[in-house]
Ligand binder design. Structure first.
Ligand code: ADP
Ligand code: ADP
Ligand code: ZN
Length: 214
């Protein structure tokens, strides 16, 4: 099965994608993670993307489309993929349709995580991940069982994203409402859109998604 997780920054896309990976053997394709890896490695893409990401704006469509097209050609997508953070514009959504057709791949569902804007800042500012294995946490909503120790790998080192601050959140939300939300009708018309109550607790959101995917 191939799906898109759609929703504003902090909606829970990454959290749910990781659960689908573990439970279904699908692979999470997070364009945000790919860009952060490119920035850390100092590649040409990373150099172009760094300041754009720090400002909370969107990286140009041609770069993103090229990045995801190459990624879809790798073998680990064969058991199904979860697009997390792509597409984010109408141009990206249209280009995705064209590339999937060319590659002989099918999109099954677009799951829209619906969350009130007011809840997003708190989710983003409280977000952190394990520096070793990447497991996601939240200061309030998803704490490790033992304070300061990763549940998954036992590491005691954690990190926070440079763009997860209250100022950048405003630009990221603007980008979502102005440039990303307009793709919702596109998928509705295609009969692929399913909405999920992203305000529910993490486990409940997982259950809702399971009910849709079967
Ligand atoms: P996204 O990938 O959509 O930006 P994340 O999955 O990284 O969002 O979630 C943002 C933060 O909110 C994380 O710290 C995560 O632990 C927390 N979170 C995710 N889903 C929920 C939820 N349903 N309720 C409360 N907090 C959540
Ligand atoms: P979040 O999980 O909070 O929604 P992401 O990790 O998906 O954020 O993305 C972080 C940043 O990377 C975005 O604010 C944007 O600058 C850039 N980015 C990620 N995916 C895309 C995309 N498909 N198109 C344009 N920019 C992107
Ligand atoms: Zn860990």
């Amino acid at each position: 099965m191939n799906i898109i997780l759609l929703g504003p920054p902090g909606a829970g896309k990454g959290t749910q994608a990781k659960r689908l990976e573990t439970e279904r053997g699908m692979i999470q394709l997070s364009t945000g993670d790919m860009l952060r890896a490119a920035v850390a490695a100092g590649t040409a893409l990373g150099q172009k993307a760094k300041s754009i990401m720090e400002a909370g704006q969107l990286v140009p469509d041609d770069l993103m489309i090229g990045l995801i097209s190459e990624r879809l050609d790798q073998d680990d997508t064969k058991n199904g993929f979860i697009l997390d953070g792509f597409p984010r514009t109408t141009a990206q959504a249209e280009a995705l349709d064209v590339m999937l057709e060319k590659k002989g791949l099918k999109l099954d569902y677009v799951l829209q995580l619906v969350v009130d804007d007011a809840a997003l800042t708190g989710r983003i500012v409280g977000r952190y991940t394990c520096a070793k294995c990447g497991k996601g946490y939240h200061d309030e909503f998803e704490k490790p069982a033992i304070d300061g120790v990763c549940d998954a790998c036992g590491s005691t080192e954690f990190k926070r994203r440079a763009d997860d601050n209250a100022e950048t959140v405003m630009s990221r939300l603007e980008a979502y409402h102005g440039q990303t939300a307009p793709i919702i009708p596109y998928y509705k018309q295609a009969g692929k859109l399913k909405t999920v109550d992203g305000m529910a607790e993490i486990d409940e959101v997982t259950r809702e998604i399971k009910a849709i995917l079967g």
